[in-house]
Write a protein that binds this ligand. Structure first.
Ligand SMILES: [Zn+2]
Length: 306
């Protein structure tokens, strides 16, 4: 029996405001984590302020989405036009949390892992997009977290829960520790076996080492840095979260996306081969594609090869 016997749409609706608030906190992280001064990076005790005039923001102006609409997109104190990124990140936060329960069984370990991954990618996409920075302070804990998520299955092997999915397959959840009777996720059909600690550790090491090798080659050929160090760390924690196979898929997908966007850009600017592309953004975009469609894509690809 599901521990929360709510219809999915109602559960989504309940989670939506929390997602918006988390999205609002993501904006704080996106603005403050790349700052150079230590004091400016404080995201815990420092109150919200306007990035332009530093005036404190009134609580009711700070409400996700509503505050922005109320202020018509301008700072109440100085009239600074609030970048569209702010309401966008808040809305995406709402979408991630409200949407999560349709794809993952609410309250299980795999659900928590996916939500954390989603919000981490949201923050990293925008710090990389705006400042070309992927903050260590997020990425190192994520590496550890990815490995930690594989540990419960070592202790609760006998309680691994099999639930029938809509397509006649049996999915195994790494839900044991925080088992809640399984809130059914309407679109849950995709996941096979949980990521093992071996796959997670290999993902962590390979995520860091693989691109490092690639980069060394690139450097030798082009005499410049192709990838930033932050990109390796991002692959490392994605490997720890989803295992080494999907991590390689994410690297491949990110590189393909980067080429699709980067090559025309380079041709347009001609000499622009030196200009840096935020590779973290492409990795962030590739991750949900691989996590949700990776096995299917792999199946299709290996069938293609014969
Ligand atoms: Zn202002």
């Amino acid at each position: 029996m599901p521990f929360l016997d709510l219809p999915p749409w109602l559960l989504s609706l309940v989670l939506l405001p929390f997602g918006l608030i988390l999205g609002s906190f993501c904006n704080v992280l996106i603005h403050r984590l790349p700052q150079e001064e230590e004091a400016e990076r404080n995201v815990v005790t420092k109150n919200s302020y306007c990035p332009s005039c530093k005036a404190p923001i009134k609580p009711w102006h700070n409400l996700p989405l509503l505050g922005w609409l109320w202020l018509r997109g301008k700072c109440a104190a100085c009239g600074w036009r609030i970048p569209f990124r702010y309401p966008l990140v808040e809305a995406l936060g709402g979408v991630i949390l409200a949407g999560s329960i349709w794809l993952f069984p609410f309250g299980t370990l795999i659900w928590l892992k996916a939500v954390i991954c989603g919000f981490a990618l949201l923050v990293l996409f925008f710090t990389d997009f705006t400042e070309m920075i992927l903050p260590d302070v997020l990425q190192f804990p994520l590496m550890a977290l990815g490995v930690l998520f594989t540990l419960p299955q070592l202790f609760f092997t006998e309680k691994m829960i099999a639930i029938p999915s809509g397509r006649g397959l049996t999915d195994f959840l790494q839900a044991s520790l925080w088992h809640n009777g399984l809130q059914p996720a309407p679109s849950w059909t995709i996941f096979g076996e949980p990521v093992t600690w071996q796959a997670s550790l290999i993902g962590l090491v390979l995520g860091y080492g693989g691109p490092w090798l690639l980069n060394a080659t690139y450097k030798a050929l082009r005499k410049t840095d192709g990838l930033g160090m932050g990109d390796f760390k991002m692959l490392a924690w994605l490997g720890a979260f989803w295992g080494w196979g999907p991590m390689l898929g994410i690297l491949f997908g990110g590189a393909a996306l980067g080429a699709v966007v980067g090559v025309p850009l380079m041709l347009m600017r001609r000499a622009g081969a030196q200009s840096m592309l935020p590779f973290g953004c492409f990795l962030a975009l590739a991750t949900p594609v691989i996590v949700f469609y990776g096995p299917g894509l792999w199946h299709w690809y290996s069938g293609f090869l014969g």
